[in-house]
Design a protein. Structure first.
Length: 197
């Protein structure tokens, strides 16, 4: 995808959608996860030391992960909470690009969002949408097309900052677990914070 410029608007005014650089960066931090038998989902490299965030329903114990460059490895399940549908994995590969994470509390209704995942086995597929609601606890609702295989993948703003992890579709809306909820899970329950864990 490319940046869309409104040629009729006054000079200096641009209408932008997710550009190539944003999509490329999101694909770099999005992994394929082969967990439940016959099920494929996505995950996000949260830190460059191999910490990966995904949905609990995507994983079942040890999982195989495929990175953006085609490398595969077995992931260790660090933590899993089915109540909030969140799982933390660790892979034995360092020096990875970690996601740029945005505090989801600053999110506003109407913002453009981008989802990356592997729906129907299509690696790195991209969807565009708009924030519908961001006030229901730790969930973000977006008017965006999600399919099986998007679970665990990133929901990002138009600049490529991850604001949530896609987890389900409800009433026709994509629903993501917010970064605020994820960071709380990491810090309070498992003491996995930057420089520790």
């Amino acid at each position: 995808m490319a940046i869309v410029v409104n040629r009729v608007a006054p000079a200096g005014i641009r209408t932008e959608c997710a550009g190539d650089d944003v999509v490329r960066e999101l694909r770099l931090v999005t992994v394929q996860i082969f967990g439940q038998p016959g099920f494929q989902g996505a995950g996000v490299v949260w830190r460059n030391d191999g910490l990966v965030v995904t949905n609990a329903h995507v994983v079942n114990g040890a999982s195989m992960i495929r990175l953006h460059d085609g490398r595969t490895c077995r992931a260790e399940l660090v933590a899993r909470d089915g109540r909030i549908d969140l799982a933390i994995l660790r892979i034995p590969i360092g020096g990875l690009r970690g996601a740029r994470v945005r505090d989801s509390s600053s999110l506003r209704v109407g913002e453009m969002v981008v989802a990356v995942g592997h729906p129907m086995g299509e690696a790195g597929a991209v969807s565009l949408g708009m924030v519908h609601a961001a006030s229901r606890g730790h969930l973000i609702e977006a008017d965006i097309r999600l399919l099986p295989g998007n679970s665990g993948g990133p929901l990002a703003d138009a600049s490529g900052h991850v604001i949530g992890i896609n987890c389900m579709v409800a009433n026709g809306m994509g629903v993501a677990l917010s970064t605020a909820a994820i960071e709380q899970f990491l810090q309070e329950r498992f003491a996995i914070v930057e420089g520790t864990g």
